[in-house]
Design a protein around this ligand. Sequence first.
Ligand code: MN3
Length: 203
Amino acid sequence: MPLVLKPLPYAADALEPSIDKTTMEIHHDRHHKAYVDNYNNATKGTPIESTPIEQVLSTPDLSNVPEAVRMVVRNNGGGHFNHEFFFESLTPGGSKTPVGTLATAIDATFGSFDTFKTQFKDAAIKRFGSGWAWLVKKDGKLAVVSLPNQDAPIMTGHVPIVGVDVWEHAYYLKYQNKRADYVDAFLNVVNWTRAEALFNAAK
Ligand code: MN3
């Protein structure tokens, strides 16, 4: 299915000071748009033109994608999926800590929210080069994983709950090389209500 760039679900400056307006504008209006455009150009006229993106990405080894465009689809389809997830998972308001059943599951899995944050930050900081750190659910259990480039959790059967983009374009204008400070700021604006809903909806 041709991808559509959804508008940000809040004003570009709504996450200040955690994530600055210019970074949000460039990230959404240019980077995310490029993934959408590249994917649509690559899949036009191919057998997957009408296939929903989730189905394309969750097919093992992307074997449903013509080989000639497989890498473009992996990078830009994953890029679209991850970025739409990312922008939707942030909020200027809301709880600063996990809520409901997700809060209980985080405590049960990691020991405490603080221990989870340490593991999540560690995964984000140690991701060499570009990629993402994720809180995912797989086989009913929570886990922290890190994935390279724009690989999406659904490519390996993981349901994404929270994901932080650690490509330099996500933070460099404000945080320069201080990726850890950016991840702290990111955790300040996570929409934990949405995260809990995703956790409850996942098998
Ligand atoms: Mn990005």
